[in-house]
Design a protein around this ligand. Structure first.
Ligand SMILES: Cc1ncc(COP(=O)(O)O)c(C=O)c1O
Length: 345
């Protein structure tokens, strides 16, 4: 049975063109900077993000971790959103491995952080306090439903960061979703961030990899930290080759995922037992509340009909991606409708 996997855009499989590119990739030892495919991917990433340089990472988590470790020494403070992936979903890595002090400030329903909260969190420069060395934001913001911070949002936070001479990091795991939604180049959206992480392995459908982008000097330091963590990789052009195809062919099509997400949200809004705010569906994440007799059984029944979802939580999250067509959305809506009727509370 064809399955429709709404659990995450990390479930995407590489395209046929990526598999072919992996087969044919030019390779070398990337620890010595000799892998032509990695070098090409890193230059493309830097150019698309409008930064001087980029370095390939194994994952988004590693890109963010290394950014935090580069910007902050032991006992120094990073200001991060309290609903951010870095704070909630990355094992507290920079704190555990680098002694970085996380200072969480509230994310609002769009993933934005109030400037006064940031001001209050920036420590005075006296020996008493952990020095504030980083402000980090996320765009699109996963835990608030894939909502987008605009260029203006980014500019006001960057303005504050500059005022206090604190660098700004952007967790842009899905930055191309944000850029496509806004209809602007990603480089414009991230222009004020000192460092940016983005992922190849989510909506862009490559099997592995994220890029950390920034100034040439910052990326040199990031390479050193990456090596320290044991993540210098050798003939890693096999990964980069798929990443190049991702950047060349998979960015503009994210608009299809956004359309499918809205189609899905429209259909879900008609199903009894589901409450959804359709106007909050901007990109490829669809959040909604469910009211059924047994969530576990619903998840299981949907799975039997080929619709894979994550359940058993107050808010459900469905993610649209390259592996899901508009016909799949229609089929899934029929299945969800009938299963929810079966389990109506
Ligand atoms: C916003 C955000 N940042 C970072 C990550 C981490 O990426 P990875 O799973 O590649 O470590 C994720 C993963 O879902 C994410 O949603």
């Amino acid at each position: 049975m064809h399955s429709i996997d709404f659990r995450s855009d990390t479930k995407t499989l590489p395209t046929p063109e990526m598999r072919e590119a992996i087969r044919l990739a030019d390779l070398g030892d990337d620890v010595g900077g000799e892998d032509p495919s990695v070098n090409r991917l890193e230059s493309m990433a830097a150019e698309m993000l409008g930064k001087e340089a980029a370095v390939l990472m194994t994952s988004g988590t590693m890109g963010n971790l290394i950014a935090l470790l580069m910007h902050c020494k032991k006992g120094e403070q990073a200001i991060i959103g309290d609903r951010s992936h870095i704070y909630i979903g990355e094992g507290g890595g920079a704190s555990a491995l680098g002694g970085v002090v996380y200072r969480a400030v509230p994310n609002d329903d769009r993933g934005m952080i109030d400037l006064n909260d940031i001001r209050r969190a920036i420590n005075p420069r006296t020996g008493f306090f952990p020095p504030t060395r980083l402000i980090s934001i996320e765009n699109t913001h996963n835990n608030v439903g894939g909502m987008v911070l605009t260029s203006e949002d980014m500019e006001v936070i960057a303005g504050l960061a500059k005022e206090y001479e604190v660098p700004l990091h952007l967790d842009g795991a899905r930055i191309f979703n944000a850029a496509v939604y806004l209809g602007i180049p990603a480089a414009k959206l991230v222009k004020d961030a000192d460092t940016v992480t983005f992922c190849l392995s989510k909506g862009l459908s490559a099997p592995v990899g994220s890029l950390l982008c920034g100034t040439a000097e910052a990326i040199d330091r990031a390479r050193r930290v990456r090596k320290m963590l044991g993540a210098g990789m050798r003939q890693v052009g096999v990964i980069a080759a798929a990443g190049i195809v991702a950047l060349e062919t998979m960015v503009e099509r994210l608009a299809d995922d956004h359309l499918n997400a809205r189609r899905l949200a429209g259909g879900l809004s008609q199903i009894p037992g589901i409450t959804i705010e359709q106007d909050r569906v901007q990109t490829n994440l669809v959040f909604f509340q469910v009211n059924v007799r047994s969530q576990d059984e619903v998840v299981c029944r949907l799975g039997q009909e080929g619709v894979k979802v994550l359940g058993n939580r107050p808010t459900w999250r469905f993610v649209t991606h390259y592996g899901i067509t508009s016909n799949d959305i229609d089929y899934a809506l029929d299945v969800i409708d009938s299963v929810f009727k079966e389990f109506a509370s």
